[in-house]
Design a protein around this ligand. Structure first.
Ligand SMILES: C[S@@+](CC[C@H](N)C(=O)[O-])C[C@H]1O[C@@H](n2cnc3c(N)ncnc32)[C@H](O)[C@@H]1O
Length: 366
């Protein structure tokens, strides 16, 4: 005898998608959170196995065909396709598999590789350290750093001791910046700027984009010495060594170089405590001429403290891993630091960027 559990919650499949915070959380949503790490592993495996590219090239493949193409044993293929369809990444009809529309659309764009680099960052940089999230909350410090080999005082000072992690990190950092810096280039009027200081500029991805869009500007990149050679290399590859120079140094310990009329913090003030941010912004204020501007470009959470969800989820990494302080702060927290640093609140400009990442920019003028 078959007992039907139709219309009871036990019989429902997890087809509703993860919770959004917009509707009351139900049991399916709670189960999504419970098994969220497993949902991510399906995404990561599908990316590493190039399952999505396969179905982009050959839509409508059957399960045995996919298994043969990916070189997976039947049971392994069953698991992968169970997860990929149950989470909604693939659809299956009459035994033929297709990409979900969101993936099919994303794969047609340059953002696909950027998305994949973000998946790689989650897997190879974030996951392990995030196991110490609770301890990090208790200690109000980045306890997860203990899982990263090396003796550097923060994640950035340990990356060169972990070459694979360093590669995943800067690949992601470039991609994460590129997902949003097209909007930065669009909204940032640099017609009155001649020299831009990019504090903690990473591999120069944002300075390169701004310099390419504004041929009259020069940029200096303040970066820690172990990362500076990578920064130099990327600037040279972009053919911009005559306009972008690297200033190896420590933004916390050293005074900021003068002679710059714009100071940019890109994905930088999410790392440090509000007090450290105020100190950095004060240094920027002191180094700028009258009328000079500071630019804060990164993800932002809302001032109500309840979203957006990507800002909340990304904050786990900033709490557990890179440095002692940090989170995806609300806009207002930066504005408070800017005010304490000496900038006039009347000059503040907030620009929220479109797209699925919670990026935005705050511009303040001295
Ligand atoms: C999250 S990444 C952002 C990179 C780049 N701004 C971007 O948006 O792609 C932070 C960068 O700040 C650099 N950094 C960390 N601590 C620093 C310090 N004390 N002085 C200078 N740079 C630092 C790191 O090496 C890293 O490249």
């Amino acid at each position: 005898m078959t007992i039907s559990l139709e219309n009871t919650s036990a019989a429902q499949n997890l087809v509703g998608g993860p919770p959004t915070g917009k509707a009351p959380l139900d049991m399916d949503g709670l189960a999504w959170i419970l098994f969220g790490a497993s949902a991510f592993q399906y995404l990561n495996a599908a990316c590493e196995l190039n399952l999505f590219e396969l179905l982009q090239d050959k839509p409508g493949l059957t399960k045995p065909q996919i298994g043969a193409e990916l070189g997976l044993a039947d049971r392994a293929n069953d698991i992968l396709l169970l997860g990929a369809t149950a989470t909604g990444m693939l659809t299956v009809e009459d035994g033929r598999y297709q990409l979900a529309t969101v993936l099919a659309d994303l794969l047609k764009t340059d953002d696909w590789q950027r998305f994949k680099d973000t998946v790689g960052f989650e897997q190879y940089v974030c996951y392990e350290g995030q196991m110490d999230f609770t301890e990090s909350l208790r200690a109000n410090s980045n306890v997860g750093l203990r899982r990263v080999r090396g003796s550097g005082r923060d994640l950035y000072h340990r990356l060169h001791e972990n070459p694979q992690m360093e590669q995943a990190f800067y690949k992601y950092m470039r991609s994460w910046s590129e997902l949003a810096n097209q909007h930065l280039v669009e909204v940032l009027d640099l017609s009155g700027t001649s020299k831009l200081l990019d504090c903690g500029g990473g591999d120069a991805v944002n300075s390169i984009a701004l310099a390419q869009a504004n041929p009259h500007i020069e940029a200096g990149i303040l970066e820690i010495p172990p990362t500076a050679p990578l920064t130099e290399k990327k600037i040279a590859e972009a053919g911009l060594s005559d306009r972008i120079t690297v200033k190896p140094g420590d933004m916390h310990a050293d005074e900021f170089p003068t002679g710059y009329d714009t100071v940019m913090f890109a994905h930088q003030l999410v790392i440090w405590t509000p007090e450290e941010n105020t100190a950095l912004l004060r240094k920027a204020y002191n180094a700028l001429p009258e009328g000079g501007r500071v630019i804060i470009f990164n993800s932002m959470s809302n001032d109500e403290g309840d979203g957006p969800v990507v800002a909340a989820l990304d904050s786990v990494y900033f709490a557990a891993l890179p440095a002692e302080g940090g989170m995806i702060y609300p806009w207002a927290t930066y504005e408070e630091s800017l005010t304490k640093a000496g900038f006039d609140p009347a000059s503040f400009e907030r620009i929220d960027f479109p797209g699925w990442t919670p990026h935005g920019v705050i511009i303040a003028t001295k």
